[in-house]
Design a protein. Sequence first.
Length: 206
Amino acid sequence: MPDRRADRLRALRGRLAEEGLDALVVSHPANVRYLTGFSGSSGLVMVTERAVLFLTDFRYQTQVAEEVGDLARIEIDSAGFLVRLLKLLPEYLQVRMLGFEAHVLTVRDAARAFRLALERYDAPEPLNIGSGEEISIRELAGVVAELTGFTGTIEWDRSRPNGQPRRRLDVERARDAIGFEATIPLRAGLEEIVASITERRRVTKT
């Protein structure tokens, strides 16, 4: 099977440029695997215009070297991926606008989680930072279609590989350890994104 990772990263970087982002943080295992080939369950990726940073823990040290290889800078860390990422960010001077997977967490909630982790957390166990909400791809597509006014047909490609059927983050440790709970529901976050994109397009046209 041909290695399509370079093509996928190129396409992602094109989208980052379109959205005015310098980097994107990817944490969902299916998306991490799609971009890097890593099949483990614990990993976080930051993609910038010129670099890929991959964070995982010591359990996957051999596996990440074999599956990701020289595609990314690999960092093995057991003190929490978010804290490690914040410590490494100053090395990436070009990153001023950082994006996150919208279905995982809004940027405002993520920034608050970063601050709380830096202030209150110094343990080796990782923290799940997310909303704790669960939504199917079909439901998510329906919400996006509704909010954007899309009236076409949504097609489902069953030939593509399937990932984990269900995944819901257990955010209890983050709540207990640093007092973090997401405050912006998924739908509200999507409404803000759609409104922001609509406004930017309106300004661009005028």
